[in-house]
Design a binder for this molecule. Sequence first.
Ligand code: F0G
Length: 409
Amino acid sequence: MWSNKLQCFECQRGFSANEPGFRCKTCGGLLEVKFDLARKKEPPWNNRQLSVWKYRELLPVEKEESIVSLAEGGTGLHRCKRLGRKLGLKKLYVKNEGENPTGSFKDRGMTVAMSKAREIGNKKVLCASTGNTAASLAAYAAKTGMECIVLIPKGKVAGGKMLQVIMHGAKLIQVKGDFDQALEMAMELADRRREFYLMNSINPFRLEGQKTLAFEILDQLGRKVPEVVMLPVGNGGNISAAWKGFSEFQQLKIVKSRPRMIGIQAEKAAPIARAVKSRQNKIRPIHNPQTIATAIRIGSPVNWPKVLSAIKQSSGTAETVTDHQILEAQKELATLEGIFVEPASAASIAGLKKLAEEGQVDPSETIVCVTTGHGLKDPSVLERLPKSQTGYNLEITGASSLEALERLL
Ligand code: F0G
Protein backbone atom coordinates (compact mmCIF):
# COMPACT_ATOMS: atom_id res chain seq x y z
CA MET A 1 0.00 0.00 0.00
CA TRP A 2 1.29 3.46 -0.93
CA SER A 3 1.03 6.19 1.70
CA ASN A 4 -2.37 7.80 1.94
CA LYS A 5 -4.56 9.86 4.23
CA LEU A 6 -8.22 10.65 4.74
CA GLN A 7 -9.17 14.12 3.65
CA CYS A 8 -12.33 16.23 3.53
CA PHE A 9 -13.62 16.55 -0.04
CA GLU A 10 -14.78 20.13 0.70
CA CYS A 11 -12.30 21.83 3.06
CA GLN A 12 -9.33 19.43 2.64
CA ARG A 13 -8.87 18.94 6.38
CA GLY A 14 -7.00 15.69 7.14
CA PHE A 15 -8.29 12.85 9.32
CA SER A 16 -6.98 9.63 10.76
CA ALA A 17 -8.40 6.43 9.30
CA ASN A 18 -9.27 5.22 12.79
CA GLU A 19 -11.52 8.16 13.68
CA PRO A 20 -15.17 7.11 13.81
CA GLY A 21 -17.73 8.81 11.58
CA PHE A 22 -17.42 9.62 7.91
CA ARG A 23 -18.10 13.35 7.89
CA CYS A 24 -15.60 16.16 8.25
CA LYS A 25 -15.55 17.35 11.86
CA THR A 26 -15.06 20.95 10.65
CA CYS A 27 -17.46 21.45 7.75
CA GLY A 28 -19.52 18.25 7.57
CA GLY A 29 -18.15 17.45 4.10
CA LEU A 30 -17.63 13.98 2.62
CA LEU A 31 -14.27 12.32 3.18
CA GLU A 32 -11.99 10.73 0.62
CA VAL A 33 -8.76 8.77 0.61
CA LYS A 34 -5.85 10.68 -0.92
CA PHE A 35 -2.83 8.73 -2.11
CA ASP A 36 0.51 10.42 -2.47
CA LEU A 37 1.16 9.73 -6.16
CA ALA A 38 4.12 12.06 -6.65
CA ARG A 39 7.08 10.33 -8.31
CA LYS A 40 5.35 6.96 -8.13
CA LYS A 41 6.15 4.35 -10.77
CA GLU A 42 3.67 1.78 -11.99
CA PRO A 43 3.97 -1.45 -9.94
CA PRO A 44 4.27 -4.79 -11.81
CA TRP A 45 0.53 -4.80 -12.47
CA ASN A 46 0.92 -6.44 -15.87
CA ASN A 47 2.12 -9.62 -14.16
CA ARG A 48 -0.95 -9.92 -11.97
CA GLN A 49 -4.38 -11.33 -12.69
CA LEU A 50 -7.24 -8.86 -13.27
CA SER A 51 -8.99 -8.36 -9.92
CA VAL A 52 -9.59 -5.71 -7.25
CA TRP A 53 -6.42 -6.65 -5.34
CA LYS A 54 -4.26 -6.48 -8.48
CA TYR A 55 -4.08 -2.77 -7.65
CA ARG A 56 -3.27 -3.23 -3.96
CA GLU A 57 -0.71 -0.39 -3.89
CA LEU A 58 -3.67 1.94 -4.49
CA LEU A 59 -5.93 0.36 -1.87
CA PRO A 60 -5.91 1.59 1.74
CA VAL A 61 -5.26 -1.71 3.49
CA GLU A 62 -1.90 -2.16 5.14
CA LYS A 63 -1.51 -5.82 5.98
CA GLU A 64 -2.02 -8.69 3.56
CA GLU A 65 -3.55 -10.79 6.39
CA SER A 66 -6.38 -8.23 6.88
CA ILE A 67 -7.74 -8.93 3.40
CA VAL A 68 -11.19 -10.52 3.20
CA SER A 69 -11.84 -11.66 -0.34
CA LEU A 70 -14.38 -13.69 -2.28
CA ALA A 71 -12.53 -13.19 -5.60
CA GLU A 72 -14.03 -9.90 -6.70
CA GLY A 73 -13.37 -7.87 -9.83
CA GLY A 74 -11.95 -9.24 -13.07
CA THR A 75 -15.41 -8.89 -14.62
CA GLY A 76 -15.93 -9.08 -18.37
CA LEU A 77 -15.67 -6.08 -20.67
CA HIS A 78 -17.87 -7.29 -23.49
CA ARG A 79 -17.71 -5.86 -27.00
CA CYS A 80 -21.39 -5.50 -27.96
CA LYS A 81 -21.52 -5.63 -31.74
CA ARG A 82 -25.17 -6.62 -32.16
CA LEU A 83 -26.53 -3.99 -29.75
CA GLY A 84 -24.05 -1.47 -31.12
CA ARG A 85 -25.31 -2.07 -34.65
CA LYS A 86 -28.88 -1.50 -33.51
CA LEU A 87 -27.94 1.77 -31.83
CA GLY A 88 -25.65 2.86 -34.68
CA LEU A 89 -22.56 2.76 -32.45
CA LYS A 90 -19.27 1.28 -33.65
CA LYS A 91 -17.39 0.65 -30.41
CA LEU A 92 -19.79 -0.24 -27.64
CA TYR A 93 -18.66 -2.21 -24.59
CA VAL A 94 -20.49 -3.43 -21.51
CA LYS A 95 -18.53 -3.84 -18.28
CA ASN A 96 -20.66 -6.42 -16.58
CA GLU A 97 -20.38 -6.05 -12.84
CA GLY A 98 -23.04 -8.69 -12.28
CA GLU A 99 -20.16 -11.17 -12.66
CA ASN A 100 -18.89 -10.31 -9.16
CA PRO A 101 -19.26 -12.93 -6.37
CA THR A 102 -22.57 -11.66 -4.95
CA GLY A 103 -23.76 -10.46 -8.35
CA SER A 104 -23.08 -6.73 -8.12
CA PHE A 105 -20.31 -4.10 -8.18
CA LYS A 106 -20.71 -3.65 -4.43
CA ASP A 107 -18.26 -6.52 -3.86
CA ARG A 108 -15.37 -4.37 -5.13
CA GLY A 109 -16.00 -1.87 -2.37
CA MET A 110 -16.96 -4.40 0.24
CA THR A 111 -13.76 -6.45 0.03
CA VAL A 112 -11.75 -3.29 0.72
CA ALA A 113 -14.03 -1.74 3.38
CA MET A 114 -14.41 -5.06 5.17
CA SER A 115 -10.64 -5.60 5.15
CA LYS A 116 -10.24 -2.08 6.55
CA ALA A 117 -12.90 -2.73 9.19
CA ARG A 118 -10.97 -5.80 10.27
CA GLU A 119 -7.67 -3.96 10.24
CA ILE A 120 -8.95 -1.22 12.55
CA GLY A 121 -10.56 -3.76 14.84
CA ASN A 122 -14.31 -3.49 14.17
CA LYS A 123 -16.53 -6.44 15.01
CA LYS A 124 -20.00 -5.27 13.91
CA VAL A 125 -20.99 -3.83 10.54
CA LEU A 126 -24.09 -1.93 9.50
CA CYS A 127 -25.67 -0.60 6.32
CA ALA A 128 -28.89 0.74 4.86
CA SER A 129 -29.57 -0.61 1.42
CA THR A 130 -31.81 -0.95 -1.59
CA GLY A 131 -30.57 -4.56 -1.65
CA ASN A 132 -27.19 -5.06 -3.28
CA THR A 133 -25.06 -3.40 -0.59
CA ALA A 134 -26.91 -5.51 1.95
CA ALA A 135 -26.37 -8.75 0.01
CA SER A 136 -22.69 -8.01 -0.45
CA LEU A 137 -22.11 -6.89 3.14
CA ALA A 138 -23.91 -9.95 4.48
CA ALA A 139 -21.64 -12.25 2.45
CA TYR A 140 -18.39 -10.53 3.49
CA ALA A 141 -19.54 -10.37 7.12
CA ALA A 142 -20.24 -14.11 6.96
CA LYS A 143 -16.78 -14.76 5.52
CA THR A 144 -15.15 -12.59 8.22
CA GLY A 145 -17.33 -13.83 11.06
CA MET A 146 -18.68 -10.36 11.92
CA GLU A 147 -22.13 -9.43 13.14
CA CYS A 148 -24.08 -7.74 10.36
CA ILE A 149 -27.14 -5.49 10.55
CA VAL A 150 -28.93 -4.29 7.42
CA LEU A 151 -31.77 -1.79 7.14
CA ILE A 152 -33.90 -1.97 4.01
CA PRO A 153 -36.99 -0.10 2.85
CA LYS A 154 -39.90 -2.45 3.51
CA GLY A 155 -41.45 -3.98 0.40
CA LYS A 156 -39.04 -2.21 -1.94
CA VAL A 157 -36.17 -4.66 -2.25
CA ALA A 158 -35.92 -7.33 -4.97
CA GLY A 159 -36.50 -10.92 -3.85
CA GLY A 160 -33.11 -12.31 -4.83
CA LYS A 161 -31.32 -9.72 -2.70
CA MET A 162 -33.54 -10.44 0.33
CA LEU A 163 -32.73 -14.11 -0.04
CA GLN A 164 -29.00 -13.41 -0.18
CA VAL A 165 -29.09 -11.33 3.02
CA ILE A 166 -31.07 -13.97 4.89
CA MET A 167 -28.99 -16.83 3.54
CA HIS A 168 -25.75 -15.20 4.72
CA GLY A 169 -27.17 -14.86 8.21
CA ALA A 170 -27.37 -11.08 8.58
CA LYS A 171 -29.97 -9.40 10.78
CA LEU A 172 -32.46 -7.91 8.32
CA ILE A 173 -34.50 -4.97 9.58
CA GLN A 174 -37.27 -3.63 7.37
CA VAL A 175 -37.90 0.08 7.71
CA LYS A 176 -41.34 1.44 6.91
CA GLY A 177 -40.23 4.23 4.61
CA ASP A 178 -37.83 4.63 1.72
CA PHE A 179 -34.08 4.10 1.39
CA ASP A 180 -33.28 7.71 2.25
CA GLN A 181 -34.96 7.32 5.64
CA ALA A 182 -33.26 3.97 6.26
CA LEU A 183 -29.86 5.53 5.51
CA GLU A 184 -30.59 8.46 7.81
CA MET A 185 -31.35 5.98 10.59
CA ALA A 186 -28.23 3.91 9.89
CA MET A 187 -26.03 7.02 9.99
CA GLU A 188 -27.59 8.15 13.28
CA LEU A 189 -27.20 4.71 14.80
CA ALA A 190 -23.55 4.55 13.74
CA ASP A 191 -23.00 7.97 15.38
CA ARG A 192 -24.71 6.95 18.60
CA ARG A 193 -23.38 3.40 18.86
CA ARG A 194 -19.77 3.49 17.79
CA GLU A 195 -19.47 -0.31 17.79
CA PHE A 196 -21.48 -0.41 14.55
CA TYR A 197 -19.20 0.35 11.61
CA LEU A 198 -21.11 1.95 8.73
CA MET A 199 -20.56 0.32 5.32
CA ASN A 200 -22.59 2.59 3.05
CA SER A 201 -20.86 4.47 0.24
CA ILE A 202 -20.29 7.42 2.58
CA ASN A 203 -17.52 5.14 3.89
CA PRO A 204 -14.56 6.33 1.78
CA PHE A 205 -12.75 2.99 1.99
CA ARG A 206 -15.56 1.32 0.09
CA LEU A 207 -15.19 3.77 -2.78
CA GLU A 208 -11.50 2.89 -2.98
CA GLY A 209 -12.43 -0.67 -3.89
CA GLN A 210 -15.01 0.54 -6.38
CA LYS A 211 -12.49 2.74 -8.20
CA THR A 212 -10.81 -0.45 -9.49
CA LEU A 213 -13.69 -0.58 -11.98
CA ALA A 214 -11.94 2.25 -13.85
CA PHE A 215 -8.51 0.59 -13.62
CA GLU A 216 -9.91 -2.62 -15.07
CA ILE A 217 -11.68 -0.85 -17.94
CA LEU A 218 -8.41 0.86 -18.90
CA ASP A 219 -6.41 -2.35 -18.63
CA GLN A 220 -8.98 -4.31 -20.65
CA LEU A 221 -8.90 -1.68 -23.39
CA GLY A 222 -5.10 -1.89 -23.54
CA ARG A 223 -4.80 1.48 -21.75
CA LYS A 224 -6.84 3.24 -24.43
CA VAL A 225 -9.17 5.71 -22.73
CA PRO A 226 -12.81 5.35 -23.76
CA GLU A 227 -14.48 8.62 -24.70
CA VAL A 228 -17.59 7.90 -22.64
CA VAL A 229 -18.38 5.84 -19.53
CA MET A 230 -22.03 5.53 -18.51
CA LEU A 231 -23.34 4.30 -15.18
CA PRO A 232 -26.64 4.14 -13.36
CA VAL A 233 -26.66 6.53 -10.41
CA GLY A 234 -28.39 6.07 -7.06
CA ASN A 235 -26.47 7.23 -4.03
CA GLY A 236 -23.68 8.39 -6.34
CA GLY A 237 -20.83 6.35 -4.86
CA ASN A 238 -19.96 4.35 -7.93
CA ILE A 239 -19.71 7.10 -10.51
CA SER A 240 -17.57 9.14 -8.08
CA ALA A 241 -15.35 6.14 -7.39
CA ALA A 242 -14.90 5.38 -11.11
CA TRP A 243 -13.96 9.00 -11.75
CA LYS A 244 -11.39 8.84 -8.94
CA GLY A 245 -9.94 5.71 -10.54
CA PHE A 246 -9.61 7.31 -13.98
CA SER A 247 -8.05 10.37 -12.36
CA GLU A 248 -5.46 8.34 -10.45
CA PHE A 249 -4.29 6.52 -13.59
CA GLN A 250 -3.94 9.90 -15.24
CA GLN A 251 -1.94 11.27 -12.28
CA LEU A 252 0.32 8.22 -12.52
CA LYS A 253 0.77 9.08 -16.23
CA ILE A 254 -0.49 5.64 -17.21
CA VAL A 255 -3.03 7.41 -19.43
CA LYS A 256 -3.18 10.94 -20.78
CA SER A 257 -6.90 11.69 -20.66
CA ARG A 258 -10.13 10.75 -18.88
CA PRO A 259 -13.56 9.81 -20.21
CA ARG A 260 -16.74 11.85 -20.04
CA MET A 261 -18.80 10.46 -17.17
CA ILE A 262 -22.52 10.13 -17.85
CA GLY A 263 -24.88 9.27 -15.02
CA ILE A 264 -28.30 7.77 -15.68
CA GLN A 265 -31.23 7.96 -13.28
CA ALA A 266 -34.82 6.81 -13.32
CA GLU A 267 -37.18 9.62 -14.30
CA LYS A 268 -38.97 9.79 -10.94
CA ALA A 269 -35.84 9.35 -8.84
CA ALA A 270 -33.49 11.79 -10.54
CA PRO A 271 -32.17 14.51 -8.22
CA ILE A 272 -28.72 14.41 -9.83
CA ALA A 273 -29.95 14.54 -13.43
CA ARG A 274 -32.26 17.40 -12.54
CA ALA A 275 -29.44 19.40 -10.98
CA VAL A 276 -27.13 18.75 -13.95
CA LYS A 277 -29.74 19.66 -16.53
CA SER A 278 -30.71 22.88 -14.75
CA ARG A 279 -27.02 23.70 -14.11
CA GLN A 280 -27.44 23.83 -10.34
CA ASN A 281 -24.43 23.23 -8.12
CA LYS A 282 -26.61 21.59 -5.45
CA ILE A 283 -29.28 18.94 -5.62
CA ARG A 284 -32.84 19.23 -4.42
CA PRO A 285 -33.86 15.93 -2.76
CA ILE A 286 -36.87 14.16 -4.23
CA HIS A 287 -39.49 12.97 -1.80
CA ASN A 288 -41.06 9.60 -2.38
CA PRO A 289 -38.94 8.59 -5.40
CA GLN A 290 -40.46 5.92 -7.63
CA THR A 291 -39.09 3.42 -10.14
CA ILE A 292 -39.19 -0.24 -11.02
CA ALA A 293 -35.39 -0.12 -10.73
CA THR A 294 -35.57 -0.44 -6.94
CA ALA A 295 -31.75 -0.45 -6.58
CA ILE A 296 -31.66 3.22 -7.59
CA ARG A 297 -34.90 4.32 -5.96
CA ILE A 298 -33.11 7.10 -4.08
CA GLY A 299 -34.22 10.71 -3.65
CA SER A 300 -31.44 12.14 -1.51
CA PRO A 301 -28.06 10.76 -2.64
CA VAL A 302 -25.38 11.35 0.01
CA ASN A 303 -22.51 11.50 -2.47
CA TRP A 304 -24.03 14.26 -4.60
CA PRO A 305 -21.13 16.73 -4.19
CA LYS A 306 -18.70 14.13 -5.55
CA VAL A 307 -21.03 13.22 -8.42
CA LEU A 308 -21.68 16.78 -9.56
CA SER A 309 -17.96 17.47 -9.42
CA ALA A 310 -17.09 14.33 -11.44
CA ILE A 311 -19.67 15.13 -14.11
CA LYS A 312 -18.54 18.74 -14.37
CA GLN A 313 -14.81 18.02 -14.40
CA SER A 314 -15.22 15.34 -17.03
CA SER A 315 -17.51 17.46 -19.26
CA GLY A 316 -20.06 14.69 -18.83
CA THR A 317 -23.77 14.86 -18.23
CA ALA A 318 -26.71 13.11 -16.61
CA GLU A 319 -29.89 11.80 -18.19
CA THR A 320 -33.18 10.29 -17.11
CA VAL A 321 -35.00 7.22 -18.43
CA THR A 322 -38.51 5.90 -17.88
CA ASP A 323 -39.32 2.51 -16.39
CA HIS A 324 -40.56 1.43 -19.81
CA GLN A 325 -37.23 2.37 -21.42
CA ILE A 326 -35.37 0.49 -18.65
CA LEU A 327 -37.33 -2.73 -19.20
CA GLU A 328 -36.94 -2.48 -22.96
CA ALA A 329 -33.16 -2.02 -22.63
CA GLN A 330 -32.93 -4.92 -20.18
CA LYS A 331 -34.61 -7.22 -22.72
CA GLU A 332 -32.53 -5.95 -25.63
CA LEU A 333 -29.22 -6.46 -23.85
CA ALA A 334 -30.28 -9.97 -22.86
CA THR A 335 -31.55 -11.00 -26.30
CA LEU A 336 -28.84 -9.32 -28.40
CA GLU A 337 -25.79 -9.89 -26.23
CA GLY A 338 -26.53 -12.70 -23.79
CA ILE A 339 -26.04 -10.36 -20.84
CA PHE A 340 -28.78 -10.45 -18.21
CA VAL A 341 -28.81 -7.50 -15.84
CA GLU A 342 -31.20 -6.14 -13.25
CA PRO A 343 -33.39 -3.12 -14.12
CA ALA A 344 -31.16 -0.51 -12.43
CA SER A 345 -28.23 -1.73 -14.52
CA ALA A 346 -30.26 -1.59 -17.71
CA ALA A 347 -30.71 2.13 -17.01
CA SER A 348 -27.20 2.76 -18.38
CA ILE A 349 -28.16 1.02 -21.65
CA ALA A 350 -31.50 2.82 -21.80
CA GLY A 351 -29.71 6.11 -21.24
CA LEU A 352 -27.23 5.37 -24.01
CA LYS A 353 -30.09 4.55 -26.39
CA LYS A 354 -31.71 7.87 -25.60
CA LEU A 355 -28.51 9.86 -26.07
CA ALA A 356 -27.66 7.98 -29.29
CA GLU A 357 -31.11 8.68 -30.72
CA GLU A 358 -30.73 12.36 -29.83
CA GLY A 359 -27.30 12.45 -31.49
CA GLN A 360 -25.58 13.30 -28.21
CA VAL A 361 -22.91 10.61 -28.59
CA ASP A 362 -20.65 10.26 -31.58
CA PRO A 363 -21.11 6.86 -33.33
CA SER A 364 -17.35 6.39 -33.67
CA GLU A 365 -16.57 6.96 -29.99
CA THR A 366 -15.56 4.15 -27.66
CA ILE A 367 -18.40 3.88 -25.15
CA VAL A 368 -18.45 1.74 -22.02
CA CYS A 369 -21.75 1.09 -20.28
CA VAL A 370 -21.41 -0.29 -16.77
CA THR A 371 -24.07 -2.82 -15.84
CA THR A 372 -24.04 -2.98 -12.08
CA GLY A 373 -26.06 -6.02 -10.98
CA HIS A 374 -27.14 -9.46 -12.20
CA GLY A 375 -30.59 -9.99 -13.68
CA LEU A 376 -31.38 -12.94 -11.42
CA LYS A 377 -31.55 -10.62 -8.44
CA ASP A 378 -34.98 -9.35 -9.43
CA PRO A 379 -37.34 -12.07 -10.67
CA SER A 380 -40.34 -9.72 -10.29
CA VAL A 381 -39.57 -8.49 -13.81
CA LEU A 382 -41.17 -11.69 -15.08
CA GLU A 383 -44.61 -10.33 -14.17
CA ARG A 384 -43.90 -7.13 -16.09
CA LEU A 385 -43.02 -8.78 -19.38
CA PRO A 386 -45.64 -8.74 -22.12
CA LYS A 387 -47.17 -12.24 -22.44
CA SER A 388 -45.97 -12.48 -26.02
CA GLN A 389 -42.37 -12.32 -24.78
CA THR A 390 -42.54 -14.78 -21.94
CA GLY A 391 -43.28 -17.97 -23.83
CA TYR A 392 -46.07 -18.80 -21.36
CA ASN A 393 -48.60 -18.80 -24.16
CA LEU A 394 -46.83 -21.73 -25.77
CA GLU A 395 -48.63 -24.55 -24.00
CA ILE A 396 -49.18 -28.17 -24.80
CA THR A 397 -50.25 -31.03 -22.61
CA GLY A 398 -48.22 -34.16 -22.22
CA ALA A 399 -50.82 -36.04 -24.22
CA SER A 400 -50.65 -33.67 -27.20
CA SER A 401 -49.16 -34.99 -30.37
CA LEU A 402 -45.74 -34.03 -31.70
CA GLU A 403 -47.61 -32.20 -34.49
CA ALA A 404 -49.08 -29.84 -31.86
CA LEU A 405 -45.58 -29.11 -30.63
CA GLU A 406 -44.29 -28.54 -34.14
CA ARG A 407 -47.12 -26.10 -34.88
CA LEU A 408 -45.84 -23.87 -32.04
CA LEU A 409 -42.30 -23.63 -33.38
N1 F0G B 1 -26.96 -0.25 -9.76
C1 F0G B 1 -27.26 -1.14 -8.81
C2 F0G B 1 -27.61 -2.52 -9.24
C3 F0G B 1 -27.26 -0.75 -7.45
O1 F0G B 1 -27.55 -1.65 -6.52
C4 F0G B 1 -26.95 0.58 -7.12
C5 F0G B 1 -26.95 1.02 -5.72
C6 F0G B 1 -26.62 1.46 -8.15
C7 F0G B 1 -26.64 1.01 -9.46
C8 F0G B 1 -26.25 2.86 -7.89
O2 F0G B 1 -24.98 2.99 -7.37
O3 F0G B 1 -25.51 4.21 -5.29
O4 F0G B 1 -23.18 4.02 -6.11
O5 F0G B 1 -24.83 5.44 -7.31
N2 F0G B 1 -27.36 0.34 -4.77
C9 F0G B 1 -27.24 0.73 -3.34
C10 F0G B 1 -27.62 -0.43 -2.46
C11 F0G B 1 -27.87 2.00 -2.99
O6 F0G B 1 -28.02 -0.23 -1.30
O7 F0G B 1 -27.47 -1.58 -2.88
P1 F0G B 1 -24.59 4.23 -6.47
